[in-house]
Design a protein around this ligand. Structure first.
Ligand code: PLP
Length: 406
């Protein structure tokens, strides 16, 4: 593998050269949202400067061009997920909308009273609340697989909770709060053997390593564009096309219909069935630019991030009073920690004064934090454009914060 040239990569991300409070920005909040390369910024500009038109409707040149670029982006999204057939890729607003779509539409078609939806204790709220609402609507119930103190899903408990009542198993590929990589293929295999459908929330995996949906074997996979170096307001829900076609529309209006009549309306198949109205065209094109940028460097990026994670974990562990939260055997470069006697928000504010951007709090994982007996954590989350010098800056800022809060 060629050496990963992080300096060259950073030149592609203009924001990384900026300052905060007079200090160079050290951006370690990538799990919340990633920064965008020039390829994405320029794609958005080009679309609005030279190509803007609505898709799927016009016979004029610009509209036809926009439509083919939009459909080409669908093929890019499919390739990104290891899929040959783009038909199952639905463009949505983000992972949240993707999960809501499945919980609502698949839930209406498939959930009945007494059914169970299996999630895990480390889910983001986006993969809990839509299932609670689907359970309320259908009379099903949400069942929760526990997480060990190291932050790994208890696989034996997960297996034991599966039964013929389980109609859906929905779980994160990677925990946003702890960085744990779940054995998603194995969990999928177990759930499918019990007869359940499987949704994998890939929000935190897609930006860190190559995702191959066919080898996961799941029925649905979601990720957000903005966490994968693309624009906000766009993401992908992949579903097995035949399953998507068995589901009722989620939203309705233009573009998703075959024929509208006051005597009755018929709907198109997936993916159009689930893309009512004018989509986020520029966002979709920007996302395709992001995925095209990221795919060739994905493997080297992962290795670089793992080196950053190992160094940061070792260095932070040596800080007196610091506890690393989440010590799964397999992790992406997400490092959650607490400092004895200090509130995570105070640490976050002190780090910000040094130009170091981290996230603090429950990370939209209140049940996980409650289970771990914590109010929250400080979370440093890395991307491939972060450097060993930034690990140094983080450690220096944490040391300073420790002294100031002692
Ligand atoms: N799932 C996970 C694991 C996440 O980390 C997030 C966002 O942090 C989401 C779902 C929701 O993503 P979005 O807000 O982009 O819809």
């Amino acid at each position: 593998m060629p050496a990963f040239d992080v300096a060259a990569v950073r030149r592609e991300f203009p924001i990384l050269g900026t300052s905060v409070h007079g200090r160079p920005l050290v951006y370690l909040d990538n799990a919340a949202t990633s920064q965008k390369p020039l390829a994405v910024i320029r794609r958005l500009e080009r679309f609005y400067a030279e190509e803007n038109a609505n898709v799927h409707r016009g016979v004029h040149r610009l509209s036809e061009q926009a439509t083919s670029a939009y459909e080409a982006a669908r093929a890019v999204a499919a390739r990104f997920l290891g899929l040959a057939d783009p038909r199952g890729c639905v463009f949505v607003r983000g992972a949240t909308e993707g999960i809501n779509l499945v919980a609502d539409s698949w839930g209406r078609a498939h959930l009945r009273p007494g059914d169970e939806i299996l999630v895990t204790h480390l889910e983001h709220h986006a993969n809990i609340v839509p299932w609670q609402l689907a359970a309320e609507r259908s009379g099903a119930r949400v069942v929760v697989a526990p997480v060990t103190p190291r932050g790994e899903v208890d696989l034996d408990a997960f297996r034991a909770l599966l039964s013929p009542r389980t109609k859906m198993a929905a779980f994160a590929h990677v925990s946003n709060a702890l960085g744990t990589v779940n054995p998603a293929a194995e969990m999928t295999r177990l759930a499918k053997a019990a007869g359940a459908a499987v949704l994998v929330d890939g929000c935190q995996s897609a930006a860190h390593f190559g995702v191959d949906v066919p080898s996961l074997g799941c029925d649905f996979f979601v990720f957000s564009g903005h966490k994968t170096f693309g624009p906000t307001g766009v993401g992908v829900l992949w579903g097995r096309p035949e399953l998507l076609d068995s589901m009722p529309p989620y939203q309705s209006g233009g573009d998703m219909i075959r024929k509208v009549d006051f005597d009755g309306t018929t709907f198109r198949e997936a993916p159009e069935r689930f893309e009512a109205g004018t989509p986020n065209i520029s966002g979709v094109l920007g996302l395709a630019a992001a995925l095209e940028y990221f795919m060739p460097i994905r493997e080297a990026a992962h290795a670089h991030e793992q080196a950053l994670l190992a160094a940061a974990t070792e260095r932070l562990r040596a800080v007196p009073g610091l506890t690393v939260v989440g010590e799964a055997a397999e992790k992406v470069a997400v490092l959650s920690f607490n400092l004895k006697g200090a509130h995570p928000h105070d640490i976050g504010t002190l780090l910000d004064a040094d130009g170091v951007a981290v996230r603090t709090g429950h990370h939209c994982c209140m049940p996980l934090m409650k289970g771990l007996g914590l109010a929250g954590t400080v979370r440093a989350s890395f991307a491939f454009y972060n450097t060993m010098e930034e690990v140094d800056a983080l450690v220096r800022a944490v040391e300073r914060a420790r002294k100031m809060t002692a």
